[in-house]
Design a protein. Structure first.
Length: 199
């Protein structure tokens, strides 16, 4: 395509976003170009404002425009319960589901020898400081049902055992509406191990 270098570069940048391939990126860019004044320029200005104002919360690792973030400073949240997650995306998912009214700790990854991600790479020091300051009675490990998630949960459980806080792990298993014959062996095993009494 001659004379469209800027457009192609924009399509390439959009295609790098998760969930967008080259075809979806082309459709998105074409949609923006149809009304650049109403769609593209406001988007560009908002992206620039967000890039300049967003920071990482030094207490929990969340992304917000203030540090500490709004979740950490919300007086209505239960500071005695801290939910440990791998990524900010996991934190946002739990917030959307409105299932946790306590605080969070974003690790920024999980232990992985293959990826070269070790204990020093995990954002756990703010959690330890929070526990040492007192007031935390339970830590919920909401990590993925992967080998790396299980390894990280085990490592954290051992590290937290000296503090005398209750450590729990979210149950993993059969999703809502999931048929047993469509699940992998690991998910079925986790479902059985995470079972609870009904009476």
């Amino acid at each position: 395509m001659n004379g469209t270098t800027e457009i192609e570069q924009l399509i390439t940048m959009f295609a790098r976003l998760p969930g967008l391939g080259p075809r979806s990126a082309r459709r998105a860019v074409l949609n923006l170009l149809r009304q650049p004044e109403a769609r593209m320029l406001p988007l560009a200005r908002q992206i620039e404002r967000t890039a300049q104002s967003v920071r990482t919360c030094t207490q929990c690792g969340n992304l917000d425009t203030v540090d500490p973030c709004h979740l950490c400073t919300d007086p209505l949240r239960d500071g005695s319960v801290v939910c440990v997650v791998e990524t900010v995306g996991d934190l946002w998912a739990l917030e959307r589901a409105t299932v946790h009214r306590g605080l969070y700790q974003v690790l920024g990854g999980t232990l992985s020898a293959l990826a070269g991600f070790g204990p020093d790479d995990l954002n756990v020091q703010p959690l330890m400081r929070r526990i040492e300051a007192g007031g935390v009675s339970e830590v919920i490990l909401a990590l993925g049902a992967t080998v790396e998630g299980a390894t990280t949960a085990h490592w954290l459980q051992e590290k937290l055992s000296v503090y005398g806080v209750s450590v729990s792990r979210v149950g993993h298993g059969v999703p809502m509406g999931g048929a047993l014959d469509g699940l992998d062996d690991g998910t079925l095993a986790a479902a059985l191990m995470a079972r609870r009494s009904l009476g």
